[in-house]
Design a protein around this ligand. Structure first.
Ligand code: B12
Length: 225
C-alpha cells in the first residue's frame, strides 16, 4: 500500500512536470492529453487538481516573476488550465453524490485569483453538493447574497498579500450577521490566518482534497448540534 502511494506520488510529480512543459509551450492539446492519460492510469480528479495543475500554475507564477515569460504567456497557460479543468470535472461528476447541501464559494473583493475556488466548486459539485460559485465578489453584495441563499457553508479564497486585511474584514462581517455559519478559507493568504482561526471560528484548508473532507465534517457537526 505504502509502496503504491509512493509510486503514485512519483508518477504525479512526473505528470506535473510534463503538464508544466505543455502549458509553458501553450499547447492545449498536450495539456489535455497528459491529464486524460493520467486519469486513465488511475489518478483521481482531485489529485490532478492539487498535484498536477496547481504546481504547474505556481511555476508559471515564478517564471513570470523572474521575467522569463510574458503576461500573455501566463494568460495562455491560465486559459489552458481552465479548459483542461473541464475534462477533470467530467471525471469528478461520475462519483457517487454524498450530499445535496448548498455551499457558496467566492474570492474576496479585489482578488482575481479564482482558479483554486473553481477547483473547489468542481470537486464539491462532483461530490453532489449544490455550489454557488461567484468568483471575486464585492463584500457589500456578498452578505445579502449569503442571507438570500442560506448556504450550509461559505468558502472564501484570498491569494495576494494585499487581500489579507480584506479577508479578515469579510470574515468579521459574515460573523456579525451569521454567527454560526461555518466558514472555510483557502488560498495563500488564508494560511496566514490559521493562528486566529479559533477567534473567528474559521477553518483553513490547504488544498481541495482536504477542503472537501472539511466541508463534509462541518455539515455533519452542524447536523448533530
Ligand atoms: C494566474 C495568475 C493570475 C491571473 C488570475 C486569473 C484567474 N482567473 O485566476 C491574473 C492575470 C488575473 C493575475 C493577476 C495578478 N497577479 Co497573479 N498569479 C497567477 C498565478 C500565475 C497562478 C494562480 C493560480 O491560478 N494558481 C493555481 C491555483 C489552483 O492555486 P491556489 O490558488 O493556491 O489554489 C490551491 C490551494 O491554495 C487551494 N485553494 C485556493 N483557494 C481556495 C479557497 C478555498 C475556500 C479552499 C478551501 C482552498 C483553496 O486549492 C487549490 C488546489 O490545491 C499565480 C502564481 C501562484 N503562486 O499561484 C500568480 C500570483 C498569485 N499573482 C501575483 C501578482 C503579483 C498578481 C498581480 C498583482 C499582477 C499585476 N501586477 O497586475 C495581479 C493582481 C490582480 C488582482 N487584483 O487579484 C503574485 C502574488 C505575489 C505574492 N507576493 O504573493 C503571484 C504569486 C505570482 C508571483 N510569483 O509573483 N494573476
Amino acid at each position: 500500500m505504502g509502496g503504491n502511494l509512493h509510486a503514485r506520488a512519483l508518477d504525479l510529480s512526473h505528470t506535473a512536470g510534463d503538464y508544466s512543459a505543455a502549458i509553458e509551450a501553450g499547447s492545449f492539446g498536450d495539456a489535455q492529453r497528459i491529464v486524460k492519460d493520467s486519469l486513465a492510469a488511475g489518478a483521481s480528479g482531485p489529485e490532478i487538481l492539487d498535484h498536477v495543475i496547481t504546481p504547474a500554475m505556481y511555476r508559471i507564477g515564478e517564471r513570470w516573476e523572474r521575467g522569463e515569460i510574458s503576461v500573455a504567456d501566463e494568460h495562455l497557460a491560465t486559459a489552458i488550465s481552465n479548459r483542461v479543468m473541464g475534462t477533470v470535472y467530467e471525471s469528478l461528476a461520475t462519483e457517487i453524490p454524498v450530499s445535496k447541501e448548498r455551499v457558496v464559494i467566492a474570492a474576496v473583493e479585489g482578488d482575481q485569483h479564482v482558479m483554486g475556488l473553481r477547483m473547489l466548486a468542481d470537486v464539491l459539485e462532483g461530490a453532489g453538493y449544490e455550489t454557488l460559485y461567484l468568483g471575486e465578489t464585492p463584500l457589500a453584495d456578498l452578505l445579502p447574497f449569503i442571507s438570500t441563499h442560506d448556504p450550509r457553508v461559505i468558502a472564501l479564497g484570498a491569494t495576494g498579500p494585499w487581500s489579507t486585511a480584506r479577508l479578515i474584514d469579510t470574515v468579521r462581517a459574515i460573523r456579525c450577521e451569521m454567527p454560526f455559519l461555518p466558514i472555510v478559507l483557502g488560498g495563500a493568504q488564508a494560511q496566514r490566518l490559521a493562528d486566529i482561526a479559533d477567534d473567528y471560528q474559521i477553518h483553513v484548508a490547504s488544498d481541495v482534497t482536504t477542503a472537501v473532507e472539511l466541508v463534509e465534517s462541518l455539515i455533519r457537526a452542524t447536523d448533530l448540534a
